[in-house]
Design a protein around this ligand. Structure first.
Ligand SMILES: *Cc1c(COP(=O)(O)O)cnc(C)c1O
Length: 427
């Protein structure tokens, strides 16, 4: 038995499924997940000493690569001053000011420790602000695992949402309406039917949790206009796409101003940090100023804030996003070329340092489109690449991530492996 297999067996005895987050268990691609021992730049190494080119980057946070020397130094500097105080610090002001500067819609920012907490808190705030209960989300968008968000569409627009997880009461799910992503007509219909009951609409403006699916600009514009018209709070969940698709996030890319924004992943630089924020008049409803309760023992943790602040500084280097986008496009264009040569139906998309690979001729616009891709073929491709030392997301429903440490040599090594993998798929 290999070391990874032994670790997986041992893990499964004490941790459900052997993992602390389901996708890590490789259920959809099959096989044994490598147990990671360390990382550096664009690489990580497993418990057997095997090196992988890492295209998940902890699912987004590692935008400057693993153990960037300046981030390491920033963390080491604050470590000796204490790990957590449960009292305010100046660094929290600095990171809030930095976020407000980079994303001007974030007039005020509240820090939390995970994206789940950010979206859950933003929804409670929107409900407290509007005195309404109903929320709208879109099929295929993931906003963490709070009860109200683990919901799928009912059988029709006016039927109640159904829980997607055991343990979510139907009484909670019924307040959530689930619509098709990028479907402006369904949006108009829903607002026509119950617009004045909607507390908030939450959306990933660039979706990254059903593989990568771009929000259609017209769809997002319609959404903004309808929320304004009906007094519903528009929440952009930029936990993944914020500081990933562009310096100002998807909202800068599309030129659309949400009322509230949720951030996570990149803003913690790999440490547990996330945030929500936005319009000052809405944020004024949060405790201790207002009546919406929200709190956290480790919120604004000094070590996480130090890693986040340094990461936010590094991504502001001139040309950072131009280079990151160019490297990501080099990867996706290269993969598409390999697929073409092997005559394997395939397409790819990239925005900033985020990418999608689809075993289908066309780039998807919805969850249903993603579901129509050739998933068994993806799984074969995934394992061939893993065997060649390239770690892509272990699911056809996840996006991929490139960091500034993925240089030409790293991308070219990936493409050399991909050429063989596609050739084997064609055979
Ligand atoms: C990752 C993610 C979350 C959840 O964040 P966690 O830190 O895993 O709780 C929420 N929304 C989006 C868009 C995400 O990608």
């Amino acid at each position: 038995m290999s070391t990874n297999q032994a670790l997986f067996e041992r893990a499964r005895r004490v941790i459900p499924g052997g993992v602390n987050s389901p996708v890590r268990a490789f259920r959809s691609v099959g096989g044994t997940p490598p147990f990671i021992a360390r990382a550096q730049g664009p690489y990580f190494w497993d418990a057997e000493g095997v090196r992988y080119i890492d295209y998940i980057g902890s699912w987004g946070p590692m935008i400057v690569g693993h153990v960037h020397p300046e981030v390491l130094e920033a963390v080491q500097r604050v470590l000796v001053n204490g790990f957590s105080f449960g009292a305010p610090t100046e660094a929290e002001i600095e990171i809030a000011e930095e976020i407000a500067k980079l994303m001007p819609t974030m007039q005020q920012v509240r820090f939390v420790s995970s994206g789940t907490e950010a979206t859950m808190s933003a929804l409670r705030l929107a409900r407290g602000f509007t005195n309404r209960s109903r929320i709208v989300k879109f099929e295929g968008c993931y906003h963490g695992h709070a009860d109200s968000l683990l919901v799928k569409a009912g059988s029709g627009l006016l039927t109640f949402g159904n829980p997607t997880s055991a343990g979510v009461p139907a009484d909670i799910a019924k307040h959530t309406t689930v619509l098709e992503y990028n479907n402006a007509a369904a949006l108009e219909e829903a607002f026509g039917a119950f617009g004045d009951e909607i507390a908030a609409v939450i959306v990933e403006p660039v979706a990254g949790n059903m593989n990568l699916v771009r929000g259609n600009p017209e769809f997002l514009k319609t959404l903004r206009a309808l929320c304004t018209k009906h007094g519903a709070v528009l929440i952009f969940d930029e936990v993944m796409c914020g500081f990933r698709v562009a310096l100002g996030g998807a909202q800068a890319l599309y030129g659309i101003e949400p009322d509230l924004t949720c951030l996570g992943k990149v803003i913690g630089g790999g440490m547990p940090a996330a945030a929500f924020g936005g319009r000052r008049d809405i944020m004024a409803h949060l405790a201790p100023e207002g009546g919406v309760y929200q709190a956290g023992t480790l919120s604004g943790n000094p070590i996480a804030v130090a890693a986040g602040l340094k990461t936010l500084e590094l991504i502001q280097a001139p040309g950072f996003y131009e280079r990151l986008s160019a490297q990501t496009a080099r990867l996706t264009n290269g993969l598409a070329a390999c697929a073409r040569d092997a005559r394997v139906p395939f397409s790819a998309d990239a925005i900033g340092g985020m990418f999608g690979l689809y075993f289908n001729e066309t780039v998807p616009a919805s969850f249903a489109d993603v579901s129509r891709s050739d998933i068994p073929r993806f799984n074969t491709f995934f394992h061939k690449m893993l065997d060649a030392g390239v770690y892509f997301a272990p699911s056809a429903y996840e996006a991929g991530f490139v960091s500034s440490a993925h240089d030409d040599a790293v991308i070219d090594a990936t493409l050399a492996a991909a050429r063989d993998a596609f050739a084997a798929l064609a055979a």
